[in-house]
Design a protein around this ligand. Structure first.
Ligand code: R5P
Length: 291
């Protein structure tokens, strides 16, 4: 088996290769003067199982094209089996036609990955698990929630409450909470007057307790910021935000910290300064077991 490091996930690919104790190939990736990408795999790949590790966060389109070129080149160079390990799959949130005429981008991207040469596909905490049904190749959607929970369990949290941002996130939150043996809940909408709706934990009191907000993605940080302001009014003690994918566009992290979030805890599906938890053991474990 050979692990190929896409440029968006070079550190993670190295960690996965180390876990699997197998060779790591760093492809030659350059840009032509007009901005086009050049990709070269300078290794013998015939009859190999090749795993390409490439996340597709910003710059999304460049990272996607690199993924397509790597998949196609590996296949063309005779790899026996090519796994697309895409820890963060971009466009996954545009998973249906919300308005007539919209492109269902998630479906398009899945089809393109498959057509580029992937024999199977692996990702982590895909926004909507239904999206992977667009593939006809075998797919696996791993979850980093237990790893986040294990990290949180090492912090000295006081009567922690793990909070999801909506009812749909309850299963994710449960997986985190199980590692800490902590209480968990989600933020429900509450009508305070005919004109005003606020959010608050559906069942639990947070006063004087540490709260960990858990989401799959933190992007603009708007949800975390709104939730933090409300939790602070409810006298929560320290507030943490944990996520799998630290998209954290623009100055989102600064804004989140400014409203009083103690720390953002994320994984390395996207390499970011908040990536304190590695999904390498998760990906390596899945590959080792043949998914
Ligand atoms: C949305 O459905 C996702 O699960 C996240 O809750 C969302 O992407 C977070 O967005 P933001 O950080 O921009 O509020």
């Amino acid at each position: 088996m050979i692990i190929i490091a896409g440029s968006a996930s070079s550190k993670l690919a190295e960690r996965v290769a180390r876990q699997l104790n197998c060779p790591l190939l760093n492809p030659e990736i350059k840009r032509f003067p007009d901005g086009e990408l050049y990709v070269r795999l300078d290794n013998k790949l015939e009859e190999e199982h090749v795993v390409i590790v490439q996340s597709t966060h910003h710059p999304q389109n460049d990272n996607l094209i690199e993924l397509f070129l790597l998949l196609d080149a590996a296949k063309d160079l005779g790899a026996r089996h090519v796994t697309a390990a895409v820890p963060y799959l971009t466009y996954a949130r545009q998973d249906k036609r919300f308005k007539p005429g919209e492109a269902t981008s998630a479906h398009t991207i899945c089809r393109l990955i498959e057509h580029a040469g992937a024999d199977d596909f692996l990702t982590v905490d895909m926004h909507n698990n239904g999206v992977i049904q667009n593939f006809s190749i075998p797919t696996y959607n791993l979850t980093a929630m237990p790893l986040l929970g294990q990290y949180l369990a090492k912090l000295k949290l006081q009567e922690p409450v793990i909070l999801g941002i909506d009812q749909e996130s309850l299963e994710r939150v449960r997986r985190v909470a199980a590692e800490l043996k902590a209480d968990y809940d989600y933020l429900g909408k509450l009508k305070v007057s005919p004109k005003k709706i606020t959010i608050q934990p559906k069942h639990l009191e947070v006063a004087k307790r540490d709260v960990i907000l858990v989401d799959d993605i933190i992007s603009t940080g708007e949800i975390v910021i709104e939730a933090t302001q409300i939790l602070r009014r409810q006298r929560a003690r320290k507030i943490y935000a944990a996520c799998t994918h630290p998209v954290l566009s623009g100055d989102a992290l600064q804004k989140i910290l400014k409203v009083g979030v103690h720390a953002v805890i994320a994984t390395d599906t996207i390499e970011h300064r908040t990536s304190v938890v590695s999904v390498a053991p998760l990906i390596a474990g899945a590959i080792r077991q043949g998914f």
